[in-house]
Design a protein around this ligand. Structure first.
Ligand code: ADP
Ligand code: MG
Length: 267
């Protein structure tokens, strides 16, 4: 199955594009780095991101310092264009800083090579997007199996069963053999969450995960996130436009013009 799925996965999800068999370094990166008693699980130190545009250099992040502790549920809020996606793309390694440092557990994310990054991300960070980004030609359960196939986590014979359990967890097991187009947006997002959990990452990073959902469905997705923090000890960083949801997390961080303007702790 991997042979069939991998090319699809790489083509449709270039962020997870990965190289060849794992090197010793990559294998080492796959070891759990969260057992060393760090005070911060995620730490951004003076992170600057400058884009080159036809109009000149654009400073999307102007020296971000941010720490997120284990088991926090942090909302990143701010106007469109303020730098929210750029910021969280630093945490996932989807984008690289122009300068500054990013640490997740014991990993210096800004120093990873592309190949190391893909493997590291696949195991340690579950990423969820606004438009779900499920592979349209694969069934829902196959979509959830992909990260396990990609990172070669869990014995092959256990992956299907684990994917089914994750779908059960998000209330989607009954639809497991359907294609994404056969279920609603809210249901697709549930599957995307199951996929993000496939390798049991300690961190979930979500970019406007409820941005394309009606408020009732958004609430249900938010409740699912809350359960992941409270019952399973996950750490979540979520970009949201929804002020109501942003009031229900442990900390809300406001970004404006590439800078952190405000932080509100709720617990
Ligand atoms: P947000 O997620 O808060 O809406 P983004 O982080 O996507 O904002 O973008 C912040 C700013 O950086 C925006 O002005 C955007 O146009 C700019 N930007 C983002 N990506 C690029 C890029 N690849 N090249 C040039 N400018 C970019
Ligand atoms: Mg954005």
């Amino acid at each position: 199955m991997i042979g069939v799925l991998r090319p699809l996965f790489f083509r449709a999800a270039p962020l997870m594009r990965a190289p060849q068999p794992l090197s010793a370094t990559q294998e080492a990166l796959c070891a759990n780095p969260y057992s060393h008693g760090n005070c911060h699980l995620i730490e951004l130190r003076n992170v600057v991101k400058v884009y080159d545009t036809p109009a000149g250099k654009f400073h999307a992040l102007k020296g971000i310092n941010l720490c997120v502790d284990t088991h926090e549920f942090v909302a990143i809020i701010g106007k469109s264009g303020s730098g929210k996606s750029t910021l969280i793309n630093m945490i996932t390694g989807i984008d690289r800083p122009t300068s500054g440092e990013i640490y997740v557990g014991d990993t210096a994310v800004h120093r990873l090579s592309e190949g190391e990054m893909a493997v590291w991300r696949g195991k340690h960070v579950g990423v969820i997007f606004q438009f779900f980004q499920l592979l349209p030609t694969l069934t829902l359960v196959e979509n959830v199996m992909l990260p396990m196939d990609f990172c070669n986590t869990y014995p092959r014979r256990e992956r299907y069963e684990r994917a089914m359990q994750l779908l059960e967890h998000v209330g989607m097991a009954d639809h497991a053999h359907k294609l994404p187009s056969a279920v609603s947006g809210g249901q697709q997002q549930r599957v995307a969450i199951a996929r993000a959990l496939a390798n049991d990452p300690p961190i979930i990073v979500a970019d406007e995960p409820t941005g394309n959902l009606d408020s009732k469905t958004a609430n249900a997705i938010f409740d699912l996130f809350t359960r992941l923090v409270v019952e399973e000890g996950k750490t979540i960083v979520m970009v949201t436009h929804d002020q109501d949801l942003a009031r229900r997390v442990t900390r809300a961080v406001t970004v404006a013009d590439g800078e952190i303007k405000d932080e509100v702790r709720r617990v």
